[in-house]
Write a protein that binds this ligand. Structure first.
Ligand code: CP
Ligand code: NVA
Length: 304
């Protein structure tokens, strides 16, 4: 089954081919893709949390590939009042060609994949956000060339994005330094996976150390969706703001990345996110191009 649950469980070669396919689609420009590779196919997009970029980029990608997408708020499905994930998955397979789900719990995604006879795509869970990372790596490479052997610094919460960057560090062979508060380190399962697989990662609670000579500095919200119960985030994350001062540690031409939505004055200053180093709008745009690649692979087994 061509599921995209996490970057590290894709077969060898697929991650790089997805990036190449996304580049191909980007070069073709907007509008209906020649040959409409997903003509007559339908994607369900199930959301247990809010979304702007993921929802819109998947829906537009389906449209431009000749297919269509159905937005489903999980609360208004029978799932929201107790129908099992397994039964939902079995039923969806009778109507659809693929499922993209943004789930509160990673286990919901895994259960959906276990019981589905159509491809399942991770549109973000509490543990990971693989589609975003593909768009980010595409953006990094557009600006600075191949990511292999480069250095990426993650500053802030050890959240779903940080976890997926850990997978990416191994799959795309770059150095990842994560600076997170001691109480907000990345998930231990991902750290263990990195150790077992010799991923080139270093973890610290010192943002300056992590940013030293980095090619890119990355951050994300201090409070992810579903994590609203963190006490005193301003204290915990006080020294984890990405600002001009922190960028002095990085490479001269280092870029700033953020998956968005952003909180100016918290994890990043407006000078940085709205300044010349910021590539955040390209990251957001590249969500569309990578979704096209992911969908044409998952739903039609088509890659460049
Ligand atoms: N970056 C991202 O996934 O954004 P949305 O929450 O708007 O989908
Ligand atoms: N870490 C953030 C990412 C949002 C796209 C969250 O999970 O809310």
């Amino acid at each position: 089954m061509r599921n995209l649950l996490d970057i590290n469980d894709l077969d060898n070669g697929i991650p790089r081919k997805l990036l190449e396919t996304a580049k191909f689609y980007k070069n073709k420009g907007r509008g209906l893709v020649e040959g409409a590779p997903l003509l007559g196919r339908t994607l369900a997009m199930i959301f247990e949390k809010p979304s702007t970029r993921t929802r819109i980029s998947f829906e537009v990608a389906m449209t431009e590939l000749g297919g269509s997408a159905i937005y489903l708020d999980a609360k208004t499905m029978q799932m929201g009042r107790g129908e099992t994930i397994a039964d939902t998955a079995r039923v969806l397979g009778r109507y659809l060609d693929g499922i993209m789900i943004r789930a509160l719990k990673h286990d919901t995604l895994l259960q959906m994949a276990t019981h589905s006879n159509i491809p399942v795509i991770n549109g973000l869970t509490n543990l990971s956000h693989p589609c975003q990372i593909f768009a980010d790596i595409m953006t990094f490479e557009e600006k600075l060339g191949e990511i292999e052997n480069k250095t990426v610094a993650w500053i802030g919460d050890g959240n779903n994005m940080a976890n997926s960057w850990i997978h990416a560090a191994k799959v795309f062979n770059f150095k990842l330094r994560l600076a997170c508060p001691k109480s907000r380190m990345p998930h231990e399962g991902f750290i263990k996976w990195a150790k077992d697989n010799n991923a080139n990662i270093e973890i610290t609670d010192d943002p300056r150390k992590a940013s030293k000579n980095a090619n890119a500095i990355l951050t994300d919200t201090w409070i992810s969706m579903g994590e609203e119960d963190i006490d005193n985030p301003e204290i915990i994350f006080n020294k984890f703001q990405v600002n001009e001062d922190l960028f002095k540690e990085a490479n001269e031409n280092a870029i700033f990345m953020h998956c968005l939505p952003a909180h100016r004055g918290q994890e990043v200053t407006k000078e940085i996110i709205d300044g010349p180093r910021s590539v955040v709008w390209d990251e957001a745009e590249n969500r569309l191009h990578i979704q096209k690649a992911i969908l044409s692979w998952a739903l039609a087994d088509k890659l460049i």
